[in-house]
Design a protein around this ligand. Structure first.
Ligand SMILES: NC(=O)C1=CN([C@@H]2O[C@H](COP(=O)(O)OP(=O)(O)OC[C@H]3O[C@@H](n4cnc5c(N)ncnc54)[C@H](OP(=O)(O)O)[C@@H]3O)[C@@H](O)[C@H]2O)C=CC1
Ligand SMILES: Nc1c(N[C@@H]2O[C@H](COP(=O)(O)O)[C@@H](O)[C@H]2O)[nH]c(=O)[nH]c1=O
Ligand SMILES: [Zn+2]
Length: 349
C-alpha cells in the first residue's frame, strides 16, 4: 500500500499543473509504473484537451511495457464520450493489467462505471488510495458534483483596527481601490485569481473601486467576472464590463436597453436570500469555483448563508480609525503567515 501511496502522491503533484486551466473539468494526475520505475506521466490538458491518462500513456516511449505496467490516477478513469473518447477504453486497448485509483468519480455519467468496465476486461483495480488527499485536491470538482454549487473562497483585506475601507472623505473623487495590503500580497491575490474559474464582487465595490478583477501580476487565465447589479446602475464604461474577460451581471432588471453586448446577464430576486441564488446561477453556468472579493455586505451574505469553504483574510499595517467595518466571521484558523508587513490568516468553517 505504501508504494501505491507514493505514486498517487506524485499523481496529485502532477494534477496541480492543471489548476486554473482544466475547469470545469477536474485537474487529474496520472503516473504509469513498470517494475517500480515511472515510465510515463501526465495531467489534464487545458479544458477540451486530452485527459491525464491519455497524456501519460502518450508519454510512454516503449508502449510494449504497458502490458506489464500499473497505471495510477487521482480520479476514476472516464467511461463516457465527452469532448474526448473514454480513458477506460484506452487503458483496455493497451491491456494495462493494473489500475490504482485515488477517488471514485462523482460525475453522474461516470460514477463506478469506468471501474466496472476495467474489471470486466480483466484489469485488477484498487480504489481509495490516499482518498482524503485526492478529495482535497479535487475539492472544486467535488463541490460542483456533490453539492451542486461552486467551491467558495472569501477574501478581503482589513486594517489593524478592522476596517476594509476608509470614510468617503478620505478617498479620491475618481473611483479606484484604496490599498490596505502591500504589493506582494496583491500579487498573491492575482495568483489566486488565476486558480479559480470566477471572481465575484458587490455593486458598491464596483461603483467605488472600478476594479478590473483580472490578472496583471500573474500569468494565466482571467477568471469570469461576476458582479451584482440589482438595478443596472454600473456605468457602461466601467472596467468590469469591458472585453478583457467574460463578465456575468446578476440583476433584477431585465431592461434590454441597459444591457451591454458581450456581457451575460442573469436574473435574481434581490429581495430573497441571495447567496443561494448566486450559487444556482454559477452552477447553471458550469462554474465550479469562485473567489468572492468583497465588499462587506456581499461577503457577509455568503457568511450568513453558511455558503463558504475558505476565507483568506489579510491584515495590513495601517489603521483607519473609522470607515466600513470588515465582515464578521468565525471559523477554524488553518494557517497564519506573514507576507512582509501584512499578515494572512486562512480560515475554514
Ligand atoms: N479591503 C478590501 O478587501 C475590500 C474593500 N472593499 C470596499 O468595500 C466597499 C464596498 O462594500 P459594501 O458597501 O459592503 O458593498 P458591496 O460591494 O458588498 O455591495 C453592496 C451592494 O450589492 C448588492 N448586494 C450585496 N449583497 C446583497 C444581498 N444580500 N441582498 C441584496 N443586495 C445585495 C446591493 O446593491 P443595491 O444597493 O443595488 O441593492 C448592495 O448595496 C467599498 O468602499 C470598497 O472599496 C471592497 C472589496 C474588498
Ligand atoms: N483594497 C484592497 C483590495 N481590494 C479588492 O481588490 C479589488 C481591485 O482589483 P483590481 O482593480 O483588479 O486590482 C477591489 O475592488 C477589491 O475587491 N484587495 C486587496 O488584496 N488588498 C487591498 O488593500
Ligand atoms: Zn478520461
Amino acid at each position: 500500500m505504501k508504494i501505491h501511496e507514493k505514486y498517487i502522491r506524485r499523481c496529485i503533484e502532477l494534477g496541480e499543473n492543471g489548476l486554473g486551466s482544466t475547469a470545469p473539468n477536474p485537474m487529474v494526475g496520472c503516473v504509469i509504473v513498470h517494475q517500480d520505475s515511472i515510465i510515463g506521466e501526465g495531467f489534464t490538458s487545458p479544458f477540451g484537451g486530452p485527459h491525464a491518462e491519455v497524456n501519460a500513456i502518450e508519454s510512454v516511449e516503449d508502449k510494449s511495457l504497458l502490458e506489464k505496467a500499473t497505471l495510477y490516477v487521482t480520479l476514476e478513469p472516464c467511461f463516457h464520450f465527452g469532448k474526448t473518447p473514454p480513458c477506460a477504453d484506452l487503458i483496455i486497448a493497451y491491456q494495462i493489467p493494473e489500475v490504482v485509483i485515488g477517488l471514485l468519480d462523482p460525475h453522474e455519467k461516470v460514477g463506478g462505471k469506468g471501474i466496472e468496465k476495467l474489471k470486466k476486461s480483466g484489469c485488477e483495480v484498487t480504489i481509495g488510495v490516499l482518498e482524503e488527499e485526492c478529495r482535497a485536491h479535487h475539492k472544486r470538482f467535488l463541490s460542483f458534483h456533490e453539492r451542486q454549487r461552486p467551491y467558495i473562497i472569501l477574501k478581503w483585506a482589513e486594517t489593524q483596527d478592522g476596517f476594509i475601507a476608509p470614510e468617503k472623505s478620505a478617498r479620491s473623487n475618481t473611483p479606484e481601490p484604496y490599498w490596505i495590503t502591500n504589493s506582494y500580497s496583491r500579487q498573491r491575490v492575482h495568483q489566486w485569481r488565476s486558480e479559480e474559474q470566477a471572481i465575484l464582487v458587490g455593486t458598491q465595490t464596483v461603483l467605488e473601486d472600478n476594479p478590473s478583477l483580472t490578472l496583471r501580476d500573474w500569468v494565466g487565465k482571467h477568471p469570469i467576472r461576476i458582479v451584482l447589479d440589482r438595478d443596472l446602475r454600473i456605468p457602461k464604461d466601467f472596467k468590469v464590463l469591458d472585453q478583457e474577460s467574460k463578465s456575468i451581471v446578476i440583476t433584477q432588471n431585465s431592461d434590454a436597453n441597459k444591457m451591454i453586448k458581450g456581457v451575460h446577464y442573469e436574473i435574481a430576486d434581490f429581495n430573497r436570500e441571495l447567496a443561494t441564488q448566486i450559487c444556482e446561477i454559477l452552477y447553471r453556468n458550469s462554474i465550479n469555483s469562485v473567489i468572492v472579493e468583497g465588499g462587506t455586505q456581499t461577503l457577509q451574505t455568503f457568511i450568513d448563508a453558511k455558503l463558504w469553504d475558505e476565507a483568506r483574510i489579510f491584515r495590513g499595517e495601517i489603521t483607519f480609525g473609522n470607515g466600513l467595518v470588515a465582515p464578521k466571521i468565525s471559523g477554524k484558523v488553518k494557517t497564519s503567515t506573514k507576507i512582509q508587513s501584512d499578515s494572512l490568516t486562512l480560515l475554514t468553517p
